[in-house]
Ligand binder design. Structure first.
Ligand SMILES: *[C@@H]1O[C@H](CO)[C@@H](O)[C@H](O)[C@H]1NC(C)=O
Ligand SMILES: *[C@@H]1O[C@H](CO)[C@@H](O)[C@H](O)[C@H]1NC(C)=O
Ligand SMILES: *[C@@H]1O[C@H](CO)[C@@H](O)[C@H](O)[C@H]1NC(C)=O
Length: 505
């Protein structure tokens, strides 16, 4: 063959190869492996959005106990399993049997997917935990579109589960697939735990963890959870703590039936009056909890933490406007400290009183009040339980009421914290600087994510909370979305995270 022709043919072949691999270089050409991987993600972002569309279309609602939704959930799990197998992962679909509902109905528990890719003892093993079930959603309940049809408007991808948690699960899978597509060696061994009952208390997951304690779980170094949001719309964040919660029910009872106030008013101790007195003793008008000893366990504010608060990008006025609240506190630092540094006591409702419109002259005979206390470091559920019971018993006994009071703590979840100097936090911080060119907000989250604590306690592994969504994604709410930018840059962030040297030391 003519050497000139041969050269031309070789050039053409190289070009075709580049095109086929989807890495035809835009200007400027990529330099390091990370840039190549990120460029691959950019070039394939429409495919990634299409996959999200297909996954959002599955009505994987775990809350409503209808067979249709359960079938959809099971289908969702098997779609995920297929995709992971396609990446070369070994996938176990763990059958967890069925769940008995209070009405006698029995529904299958969607299988938990345990997947692994890579088993190199020289590499660290990073495990991702995510869920593919969603909150209920129905068109017409405030959604501007069908919640199961992913709809893009101005770079925002609207759809149920887009941010909680389907989008982040896919971001993780795309990060792995980028290495595969470019035939680059994955710097870490990958594991995934995907479940379908997170919104209803992770049925049977704790059992599975105990069972697999010596099987699937021991060989992992870090667990990453991306089931949370940033504190702002544009600045990435790392979450190093979530709150605990103690939820109480206080019942004051004279008898089971109501009384006529014309016949009994003035001659008996009213349960509602007792209850109001009890609750008047719990918290003052500035939110300070009046239960003796409750602040004794609260960790003192460290200078380091104060600096973290100062660095956080929170526009207090915007926050107040968005919340439609006139005023919280004077400064950003005070607001953050009251959210993360101090416990809070919130009163939720009263059962048993006359609460309809109109007039009814009645004395409720038995009333129940519910309240909860959010825990912060280093508070302890059982200590708080004792303090609350002791305090309410003291206040009640001083009233000399003829009624009976019973207190029960119906939920007690421990808080979770991580050390921001732990390897996985240092690595994630560097990955954020690399991809976003910005220092992350180091934040806590007042809400509870019990799974993090369960991971830490049962399998004793370090957890990293690496949220990918912006503060206004509206998880659990109508018109839930994930920004295309968060979805795509989030995939790159995970790629960068795998490559960080800290994980490999
Ligand atoms: C908050 O609302 C007030 C009153 O409507 C307005 O003047 C102000 O500009 C808003 N601030 C922000 C940051 O949105
Ligand atoms: C909480 O306090 C109880 C009682 O003092 C103690 O037995 C328990 O170990 C503590 N739990 C934690 C997690 O510190
Ligand atoms: C983290 O490391 C810095 C610098 O080494 C140190 O000053 C700080 O006390 C550490 N913080 C924690 C929570 O361990």
């Amino acid at each position: 063959m003519d050497p000139k022709l041969r050269r031309m043919a070789a050039c053409l072949l190289a070009l075709l190869l580049l095109l086929e691999r989807g890495m035809f270089p835009a200007s400027p050409p990529p330099s390091g492996p990370l840039e190549k991987l990120c460029q691959h993600i950019d070039l394939h972002q429409d495919d990634f959005v299409q996959t999200l569309k297909e996954w959002v279309a599955v009505e994987s609602d775990s809350v409503q106990p209808m067979p249709h939704f359960r079938q959809e959930l099971v289908r969702m799990m098997s779609m995920a399993a297929d995709m992971l197998r396609g990446l070369g992962a070994s996938v176990h679909s763990m059958d967890l049997g069925s769940q008995q509902l209070p009405d006698g109905q029995s529904l299958p528990i969607p299988p938990v997917i345990l997947a692994e890719l890579g088993n190199d003892p020289k590499k660290p093993t990073v495990c991702f935990y995510g869920h593919l079930n969603v909150q209920p959603a129905q068109q017409g309940e405030g959604w501007f579109m069908d919640p199961y049809t992913l709809t893009e408007v101005d770079g925002k991808l609207y759809g149920r589960g887009s941010t909680d948690n389907t989008g982040p699960v896919l971001a993780w899978i795309h990060a792995v697939s980028a290495f595969r597509a470019l035939e680059q060696d994955l710097p870490v061994n990958i594991k995934l735990i995907l479940e379908g009952t997170e919104e209803v208390g992770s049925v049977a997951l704790e059992e599975l963890m105990k069972k697999e304690k010596d099987g699937f779980f021991p060989s992992m170094d870090y667990i990453v959870i991306s089931d949370d949001l940033w504190l702002t719309r544009t600045k990435p964040a790392l979450i190093y703590g979530t709150g605990g919660n103690c939820y109480f029910m206080v019942e004051v009872k004279c008898r089971d039936r109501d009384f006529h106030s014309g016949t009994f008013g003035g001659i008996l101790n009213e349960p509602v009056a007792d209850l109001v007195a009890l609750f008047g003793s719990l918290v003052d008008s500035s939110g300070h909890i009046l239960i003796p000893g409750i602040y004794d366990q609260v960790a003192p504010l460290m200078e380091e933490e104060r600096k973290l608060y100062e660095a956080i990008d929170l526009d207090l006025e915007e926050y107040q406007n968005n919340s439609q609240v006139e005023k919280f506190f004077d400064t950003k630092e005070e607001v953050l400290m009251h959210l993360w540094q101090y416990p809070s006591l919130c009163i939720h409702g009263i059962e048993g009183t006359f609460d309809e419109p109109g007039i009814k002259t009645v004395i409720p005979g038995r009333v129940i009040r519910k309240f909860s206390i959010r825990l912060v470091p280093h508070m302890n559920v059982s200590v708080v339980e004792n303090q609350v019971k002791q305090h309410l018993a003291d206040v009640f006994s001083k009233r000399n009421s003829a009624n009976r009071m019973t207190i029960s703590m119906i939920l007690g979840s421990q808080l979770w914290t991580a050390n921001i100097n732990d390897t996985q936090y240092v690595a994630a911080g560097r990955a954020i600087r690399r991809v976003f060119g910005i220092e992350p907000d180091m934040i806590r989250d007042g809400s509870t994510i019990p799974i993090a604590k369960i991971f830490q306690d049962i399998i004793q592994k370090s957890v990293l909370m690496l949220p990918l969504g912006a503060v206004d994604e509206g998880e659990h709410s109508q018109n839930e979305k994930i920004n295309r930018w968060n979805y795509i840059e989030g995939s790159k962030l995970l790629v960068a995270f795998f490559e960080m040297a800290e994980l490999h030391s």
